[in-house]
Design a protein around this ligand. Structure first.
Ligand SMILES: [Fe+2]
Length: 197
């Protein structure tokens, strides 16, 4: 089945004041749609047409940059909408909270390392909470790349392309990241992905 942009799981203005309606409209309706359209066009008539997106991401990495970037960005954004929620960033479900403490030392340190990964990603890319070999770590990647191609599972990711924060925060990426982790993360969805192992 060709890729499609899933509807936002909340209203376009639901993440205000942290991310405004115009950013969400452009990001979801224009940017994500552009990745889906390009990905479908590039996959058409190839061995990757109608393959699950994770399989395409892993299989095209380092081999077919055009399809890889668009399929990976489709995967990343599909989750990104669900990694946020209105009034997010609150209590972390027990098992995940324990795993974060075991891996990072404390929840504050986990958030600090995740913000730092996003701040230090030079140019466009993503910061990730990655599950690999039973351990959680904060990682970062450029452009559309994600932990799937490095043997990890991304259980939380934050988009640090300027299109995700420039209207609200201009060049203040650290403030966007702080708002993301303090007020937007949907920890229930992160816990769901963590529980899948
Ligand atoms: Fe994005």
């Amino acid at each position: 089945m060709a890729y499609t942009v899933p509807p936002l799981p909340y209203a376009y203005d639901a993440l205000e004041p942290h991310i405004d309606k115009a950013t969400m409209e452009f990001h979801h309706d224009k940017h994500h749609q552009a990745y889906v359209t390009a990905g479908n066009n590039l996959a058409k008539g190839t061995e990757w047409e109608n393959k699950p997106v994770e399989e395409v991401v892993k299989g095209t990495f380092g081999k077919n940059p055009g399809l890889f970037n668009n399929a990976a960005q489709h995967f990343n954004h599909m989750h990104f909408w669900k990694w946020m929620k209105p009034n997010g960033g609150g209590k972390i479900p027990g098992e995940l909270e324990k795993a974060l403490k075991d891996s990072f030392g404390s929840i504050d340190k986990a958030k600090e390392d995740l913000v730092q990964a996003g701040v230090t990603q030079f140019g466009s890319g993503w910061a990730w909470l990655t599950l690999k070999d039973g351990k959680l770590s904060a990682t970062k990647t450029a452009n559309g790349e994600n932990p799937l191609v490095h043997g990890g599972k991304p259980i939380l990711g934050v988009d640090v392309w300027e299109h995700s924060y420039y209207i609200d925060y201009r060049n203040r990426r650290p403030d966007y990241l702080k708002a993301f982790f303090d007020s937007l993360v949907n920890w229930e969805y992160v816990a769901e992905l963590f529980g899948e192992k």
